[in-house]
Write a protein that binds this ligand. Structure first.
Ligand SMILES: Nc1nc2c(ncn2[C@@H]2O[C@H](COP(=O)(O)OP(=O)(O)OP(=O)(O)O)[C@@H](O)[C@H]2O)c(=O)[nH]1
Ligand SMILES: [Mg+2]
Length: 436
């Protein structure tokens, strides 16, 4: 079985390996996610967040049990847990852990720490795609606190519960600003402790004063996670929000955020930490301004675009005559001259920046260059474009109906090339070259 098949067959080890690739933001994870992409789109994704110790993991464990009774498969992503699931002791209730341990319908993943470039949300989203493709019906994402990462993650989820506990007092005030933005459901956990009614009253007050753009009034649910109380109601509340919100709108919003992140990530990966360090020093010491630096980076990144004009081929009657212009008058230098026997052509290469001019002269009256000149006169004969992967380009062009003139073959410089008929390219013979 390939790793893709093993993931689709929900094999825990294959999923764990893929999750590691994703967490490390390894290059391989991109191809993997691309292959899995067609299999995604069915899982329910719920976010569970709240301050440390409020009982999120206990709540999540209770939710798993509830969902297993519905015959749903469940995956959990614990983001930056202060008490990781994998430790085994965190629930203070080993029986429960064992209940889910070894259950093939449950997969639990603790995600490594913060400080990731671009935040935790992109990695979390990629993990949900993996688990979604693996066929888990419900994905629970446990995060700590209400920071930017949690807001981003909550925005990606179908619904998010913020877990609170009685006796937080002024803390409700403190988290108020962030909480409304992400809490679709407010869970008052540890309702067995004193102060649950007081907290609920405070939350009701808060909700009556604030107003959400989507007109949703967050549901308040009291729970005792350790005893499984209020769990079914919490799940119902999460699902009612999901059906209240317009899933397509939310998904589009999610992908606007994610596409921007991907772009940012790809762009910033092109610039090393050392380069940024050095640039910061140069700005601080007034040696350069930040705008010039960023523009320079953009130029550098554009330079790494895998497509590049390799050369322009110009058909001439006589290379020696043409050099009177290109070399002697214009000042270009001849890097290389040769006769390509198979094409019946003499060639002179004159570098110009990253590209070259290629002067082409017939070495035999039967040469295509001789015919070209006879038909059209001297002039631009072809444009040669370097592509990252010739066979892929050829496949794509063929499937689009472009006329390829030869199978990929080895040219004089040892590179592979094909020609594309001018009829397909807008009137110019196009040579595609793959760099060695
Ligand atoms: N009394 C009471 N204790 C609870 C309840 N739910 C969880 N606890 C306890 O609260 C403690 C913390 O629970 P966790 O589930 O680890 O909390 P958490 O929010 O996941 O904590 P972090 O992951 O460290 O942020 C544990 O000792 C739980 O047994 C509850 O409803 N009532
Ligand atoms: Mg926890």
């Amino acid at each position: 079985m390939t790793s893709i098949e093993s993931i689709l067959a929900r094999q825990p080890r294959a999923i764990a390996r893929a999750a590691t690739l994703i967490e490390n933001r390894s290059v391989a994870s991109e191809a993997l996610l691309q292959a899995l992409w067609p299999h995604t789109g069915t899982a329910e994704v719920f976010g569970i967040t709240g301050a440390p110790g409020v009982g999120k993991s206990t709540f999540v464990t209770a939710l798993i049990r509830e969902l297993r009774q519905e015959n749903k498969t469940v995956a959990v992503i614990a983001v930056d847990p202060t008490s990781p699931f994998s430790g085994g002791a965190i629930l203070g209730d080993r029986v429960r852990m064992q209940e889910h341990h070894g259950d093939p319908g449950v997969f639990i993943r603790s995600m490594a720490t913060r400080g990731k470039l671009g935040g935790l949300a992109p990695t979390t989203l990629d993990l949900t795609l993996l688990l979604d493709a693996a066929g888990f019906n419900v994905i629970l994402v446990e995060t700590v606190g209400v920071g930017q990462d949690e807001i981003d993650i909550a925005n990606m989820a179908d619904a998010t519960a913020v877990v609170l506990v009685p006796g937080m007092g002024d803390e409700v005030q403190a988290i108020k600003a962030g909480i409304l933005e992400i809490a679709d459901v407010l869970v008052i956990n540890k309702s067995d402790l004193d102060g649950a009614p007081k907290l609920e009253a405070e939350l009701q007050m808060m909700l009556s004063l604030a107003h959400r753009l989507d007109n949703w009034v967050p549901t308040i649910v009291r729970t005792i996670a350790t005893e499984g109380q209020g769990i079914a109601q919490s799940l119902t509340a999460l699902r009612s929000f999901k059906s209240h919100s317009k899933p397509k709108d939310r998904q589009r919003q999610r992908w606007i955020v994610r596409l921007e992140q991907l772009l940012r990530e790809k762009l910033s990966n092109q610039i090393s930490a050392e380069q940024i360090e050095e640039a910061a020093r140069a700005v601080t010491s007034n040696e350069s301004d930040p705008y010039a630096i960023v523009n320079g980076w953009l130029k550098q990144i554009r330079g790494t675009n895998p497509f590049e004009i390799d050369h322009l081929g110009i058909a001439v009657k006589s290379i020696d005559n043409a050099l009177g212009f290109y070399r002697d008058a214009l000042g270009l230098t001849v890097e290389h001259r040769e006769t390509v026997v198979q094409e019946k052509v003499n060639v002179a290469l004159l570098p110009a920046g990253k590209s070259k001019l290629e002067l082409l002269e017939a070495s035999d009256p039967e040469s295509t260059i001789a015919k070209f000149i006879a038909n059209k006169g001297e002039g631009l004969h072809h444009i040669a474009l370097r592509v990252p992967d010739l066979s892929t380009s050829v496949e794509r062009l063929k499937s689009q109906g472009a006329r390829i003139l030869n199978e990929p073959q080895l040219g004089a410089g040892g590179h592979k090339y094909v020609f594309v008929h001018p009829r397909s390219t807008g009137g110019v013979l196009l040579e595609l070259i793959e760099e060695r």
